[in-house]
Design a protein around this ligand. Structure first.
Ligand code: PGA
Length: 246
């Protein structure tokens, strides 16, 4: 039985005051049957860490460097995230692939660096609308996963399927569409990392809301969510956490 996991990706949002207002509610909702993680921008990690102290709310970074340390202006090493209180890190988010040119190979290298620092990577995959319309969705996602096989997909614990066309658009994949892709990912894992395939948690991401979460999470291969916009609203995010506990 896979434990549910709900991750809030705050992206480049939040201020000290909005975080001070939000975190206590989320900290109170974390725990029981679901792992709950929030991923603030790096400069807010220590504030979230202080506010979440003593609760089961966990913290993740939104990205890390593939390098251990060195002259890489603007970058953050995985060990620095861990030192600031993170246990998790989102890697390969489509916004990083799109705006910062992150390739499958770079995402793979970052996952190695993250694991070496003791972080659990949340590895994001997903197709664009154009790729889906051309019938390429499964091939694209499978290729993204294949790039991770060489660097130890068997050591992966979490994969997030985020169709690019559903991110921030309000257009959630239907539960059937999401389950279809999650089943494809599970089949890929069975072929490539058989012994681990049933243990890896598969998250769905893309316009998840309180009202859509329950049906999504009820699907066989959907073990939780990677949530953007709705994770910045206490009530919505708590509703999503509750939906994962049914
Ligand atoms: P969204 O973002 O929930 O706002 O669509 C999800 C994500 O990008 O992780």
């Amino acid at each position: 039985m896979r434990r549910s996991l709900v991750v809030g990706n705050w992206k480049m949002h939040g201020s000290s005051s909005s975080i001070e207002a939000l975190v206590p509610t989320l900290a109170a909702a974390a725990g029981s049957q679901t792992d709950v993680v929030v991923c603030p921008v790096a400069v807010h990690i220590s504030l979230v860490s202080q506010l979440a102290a003593g609760s089961e709310l966990e913290i993740g970074g939104q990205n890390c460097s593939q390098h251990e340390q060195g002259a890489y202006t603007g970058e953050i090493a995985a060990a620095m995230l861990a030192g600031a209180g993170c246990k998790w890190v989102i890697l390969g988010h489509s916004e990083r692939r799109q705006y910062y040119g992150e390739t499958d190979a770079l995402v793979a290298a970052k996952s190695v660096a993250a694991r070496a620092a003791g972080l659990t990577p949340i590895l994001c995959v997903g197709e664009t609308l154009e790729q889906r319309q051309q019938g390429q969705a499964e091939a694209v996602v499978t290729a993204q996963l294949a790039a991770l096989v060489e660097v130890g997909l068997e050591e992966t614990d979490v994969i997030a399927y985020e169709p690019v066309w559903a991110i921030g658009t309000g257009q959630t994949a239907s539960p059937a569409q999401a389950q279809e892709m999650h089943a494809c990912i599970r089949a890929f894992l069975q072929e490539n990392v058989a012994e681990k395939a049933m243990a890896i948690r598969l998250l769905y991401g893309g316009s998840v809301k309180g009202e859509s979460a329950r049906e999504l999470f009820a699907q066989n291969d959907i073990d939780g969510g990677l949530v953007g916009g709705a994770s910045l609203k206490a009530e919505e995010f708590v509703a999503i956490i509750e939906a994962s506990q049914d």
